[in-house]
Design a protein around this ligand. Sequence first.
Ligand SMILES: Cc1cc2nc3c(=O)[nH]c(=O)nc-3n(C[C@H](O)[C@H](O)[C@H](O)COP(=O)(O)OP(=O)(O)OC[C@H]3O[C@@H](n4cnc5c(N)ncnc54)[C@H](O)[C@@H]3O)c2cc1C
Length: 397
Amino acid sequence: MSDVIIVGGGIGGLSLALTLEKAGIGSTIYEATPAIQQVGVGINVLPYAMRVLANLGLEKELAQRAITTQASAYFDRCGSSLHRMPVGRFAGETSPQLSIRRGELQAVLLDAVRQRLGPHRVRTGWECTGVLSERDDEVCLSFRDRRTGQKLEPQSAKIVVACDGIHSKIRQQFYPDEGPPRYSGIFMWRGVTCGPKFLDGATMVRIGLPSVGKMVIYPIHSYEDGTQLINWVAEIEVPDPGSFCNKRDWNCPGDAKDFVDVFADWRFDWLDVPELIRNAHTILQFPMMDRDPLPRWSFGRVTLLGDAAHPLVPLGSNGAGQALLDAEALASELAACRNPVDALARYEDIRRPATAKIVMSDRAGAPDIILRDGEERVRSQVALPTGRAFPRPARAA
Ligand SMILES: Cc1cc2nc3c(=O)[nH]c(=O)nc-3n(C[C@H](O)[C@H](O)[C@H](O)COP(=O)(O)OP(=O)(O)OC[C@H]3O[C@@H](n4cnc5c(N)ncnc54)[C@H](O)[C@@H]3O)c2cc1C
């Protein structure tokens, strides 16, 4: 019997396996997909999250594969600068801010888990279907093979941590009436484009607002020929996305023609946004979603972590970082407490209020505050284009 079963091998589950291993606690990951996939496009790892990864000895390896972001800059939709601030070590923090291909981050975490815990500690193709029973010192989970639908042998552990993302099965078991995640009214298209550097080649920029079109753009990799892989996110208010791609899925393909017109006149002297979109070699689409904070995460020997516990709208680049903080706190409490049930309660006491605040402030659009001021300034000077139709998201493949 494992000490800890981790359900889900995403950024949260993999990080938890590593923080537990560092604390001398064994774990096994059960992941539903047949192979841990490299999902999504780019991701920003903020300094507070890099601190956790550095403590796991992974900073050097990640930095080699990433762009060390030097500054965060805000622009209005006419391309005029609103604000620029240094970030990470450039702002005097002890850790850097990295922008990286999501797949690279996952690969570094997965390799570290396989090396430190052993390859047999990551079991793929095991979809958890729920908590079967909990006795004195043991929790038992049911599983099936996602490809064949066949039942697999139940598995037991002293502790179970649900790291199974925004559509968590275990959360659903504890909260059967909760329903689907909450759509924010903003639809996102995310892409990567290989192209020339913009600005200094190490700045993350935010432009516009979702009501008129917003872009978040940052480089995630430099090539030897001087070009870069540039990650971008288009955020647009789409009040009713209809029945298209209404589930947040990491790999739902998108189509530039559904939204590029919103940015048609965004040709700045420092970046041509329509060209960036048209030259993309990958475009994915996501409805922007979160869930209300929960009154409780831990039920006996089972708890929630990462997006299973507190999915956030991705406005502040916080989701993966918060999962890393969860993983650090949970491992530390399990190492410190004799009784694992008390450890889960203490973990929840630390992390639940902290993440609830972030869910609500990101939902209220706190990270966009500078952009709102910029939009007000533009509105006082420029008439809004008339007749701009809301784009229609493409039907999911
Ligand atoms: C568009 C977008 C952009 C983002 N950008 C950033 C960013 O720049 N910075 C940042 O910090 N965060 C960002 N986030 C948030 C971040 O990606 C998530 O918070 C983070 O991936 C959560 O990790 P997780 O492991 O909890 O969940 P997930 O990454 O969703 O992983 C869940 C895992 O569980 C598996 N699973 C699901 N169900 C089962 C089951 N029943 N049994 C077994 N396995 C199961 C899944 O296959 C998956 O591997 C972004 C999110 C989105 C949607």
